[in-house]
Design a protein around this ligand. Structure first.
Ligand code: BES
Ligand code: MN
Ligand code: ZN
Length: 498
């Protein structure tokens, strides 16, 4: 059951909740609502805090037993008041969820800690997103649930009226899409063949105003999707190609989303090491994020037309697999020599980007767990952003900032294009020398967008968290869903549901 939220303007001490969570700043200043906690413990809060070594630092938390309507107070460290960002509200929400999720009912004044200039709706949305995403658990494969979670209801104290109510509703739609993407990423490849993934997409999108077309290999041959077919031919599980179309009435503007859907990446004949493939069920995170985002467009009242393309394959070695040295011909007629079968993502994205550009959208954005090199460059929390168009690059970056998903621009240097020149074909699928691997991958993809404004997001790092972190839980993060939704909402102008 999803956690439900209500907005209330009652005084903090008067809520019927098991836990009252209040923000406290690093200046030892009590945030909104904490004075009520202080009053409830007879003015002894400061002494309590120093005895416990709690100084309001970001990420700290402290339970205080009080005897009011709320049985316990949870102090939530926010760091310096002046530094608090909207994303800090999500992180603090997650902390509340983690620390107090064993209670059925929580009330909190956290939305009142929103930085200046952030409206009540955005604050309520961020807090609700943080609490919900921070409470995510993937228990499908546990014989006995280790979960102690009981959290069912959260009261956001401080009011905020319709704005806050809408914010909470939006958070519900968005987090549901993010958690669906996380579920997909966390599902083992044994149960998520390309066909199963395509069926999961169909099921997810049913009743959500998105037309879904699933192509099998025969249809893909007709469309000359040589990259997807080539990568897919080494697996017993045939590839699929899913096209999704969201057409709002009187659409303003259009976007195409493309997501890498490698349900398992063994590397193919250029086999990965044992440890190198441990997390490779995650290699479909781009597609999962795209499908998750598609599923939320109608509920958010998005006015942009969005068409999405997700090639789904399993990259396996076998007697039928593509070999190093083989040449593939893509949808747009270009050819590539496959020198390393582990650089498979760009081969399937080539066809998808060709199809996307044929549709002549205003712009294309692709999400792909594409290169280990991007992880080396930016670590595992920050996506690489490559753009062939400065304006669209800025548009996506701005969307990511609003969403609280970290990205950093990387170049597409034309002087590196020669690094993917092939002896016999139009290009090869790995860069000579091996340096700048995220960039040579981006340059490869650029060959397929036909000068349509385009952004490539290399999400090899942030698609997965190796440990719990803020509102990300260990495993699939659903990274990208929130940026895509911010982008789609903003691109077409204000929602008609507002
Ligand atoms: N799926 C991997 C990239 C990846 C690596 C994602 C680690 C997440 C974590 C991709 O298909 C791949 O194998 N890339 C190769 C490319 C190389 C052969 C040019 C890589 O990065 O090593
Ligand atoms: Mn690979
Ligand atoms: Zn891969």
């Amino acid at each position: 059951m999803p956690i439900s939220f209500t907005i209330a303007s009652t005084a903090p001490g008067r809520t019927r909740a098991d836990v009252l969570a209040v923000p406290v700043y690093a200046e030892r200043a009590l945030g909104p609502g904490a004075d009520a906690v202080d009053a409830a413990c007879g003015g002894g809060l400061a002494a309590f805090m120093s005895r416990a070594g709690f100084d309001g630092g970001r990420g700290q938390s402290l339970f205080i037993p009080i005897d009011a309507a709320a049985k316990t107070a949870l102090l939530v460290g926010m760091g310096s008041a002046a530094d608090v960002t909207v994303d800090d509200l999500r992180v603090a929400g997650a902390l509340i969820s983690q620390k107090a999720g064993g209670s059925g009912r929580i009330s909190t004044t956290l939305t009142e800690a929103a930085p200046d200039g952030v409206d009540r709706g955005a604050a309520a949305q961020a807090v609700a997103e943080g609490i919900t995403l921070g409470g995510y658990e993937f228990l499908a494969y546990r014989s006995k649930s280790p979960s102690k979670r009981k959290l069912e209801h959260v009261v956001l104290l401080g009011g905020g009226g319709v704005g806050a109510k809408r914010g909470v509703e939006r958070a519900g739609v968005i987090t549901d899409a993010v958690m669906w993407a996380r579920d997909m990423v966390n599902t083992p490849a044994r149960e998520l063949s390309p066909d199963a993934f395509a069926k999961a997409a169909q099921a997810r999108l049913r009743g959500r105003h998105v037309k879904v077309e699933v192509m099998d290999p025969a249809e893909m041959r007709r469309l000359r999707l040589g990259g997807v077919l080539g990568v897919g031919q080494g697996s017993k599980q045939p590839p699929r190609f899913v096209k999704m179309t969201y057409t709002p009435q009187r659409a303003r503007g259009s976007l195409a989303f493309v997501g890498k859907g490698v349900v398992f990446d063994s590397g193919g004949l250029s086999l990965k090491t044992g440890s190198g493939m441990e997390t490779m069920k995650t290699d479909m995170a781009g597609a999962a994020a795209v499908i998750g985002a598609m599923s939320a467009l109608a509920a958010l009242g998005v006015t942009t037309k969005v068409v999405a393309y997700t090639p789904m394959v399993e990259n396996m070695p076998s007697g039928e697999a593509i070999r190093p040295g083989d040449v593939l011909t893509f949808r747009n007629g270009k050819t590539a020599e496959v020198l390393n079968t582990d650089a498979e993502g760009r081969l399937i994205l080539a066809d998808a980007l060709s199809l996307a550009s044929e549709g002549k959208p205003d712009a294309i954005v692709d999400l792909a767990t594409l290169t280990g090199a991007c992880l080396v460059a930016l670590g595992d929390k920050i996506a690489g952003l490559m753009a062939n168009d400065e304006n669209f690059g800025d548009e996506v970056e701005a969307a990511s900032k609003r969403a609280g998903e970290q990205m950093w621009p990387l170049p597409l240097p034309q002087q590196y294009r020669k690094l993917i020149d092939s002896e016999i074909a139009d290009m090869k699928n790995i860069g000579s020398g091996g340096y700048g691997g995220a960039l040579t991958a981006g340059l490869f993809l650029q060959e397929f967008v036909n000068d349509v404004p385009w952004v490539h997001l290399d999400i090899a790092g942030p698609a997965r968290a190796n440990a719990d972190d803020g509102y990300a839980r260990r495993g699939g993060t659903g990274f990208g869903v929130r940026t895509l939704l911010e982008l789609a909402e903003q691109h077409g102008g204000p929602s008609r549901r507002k």
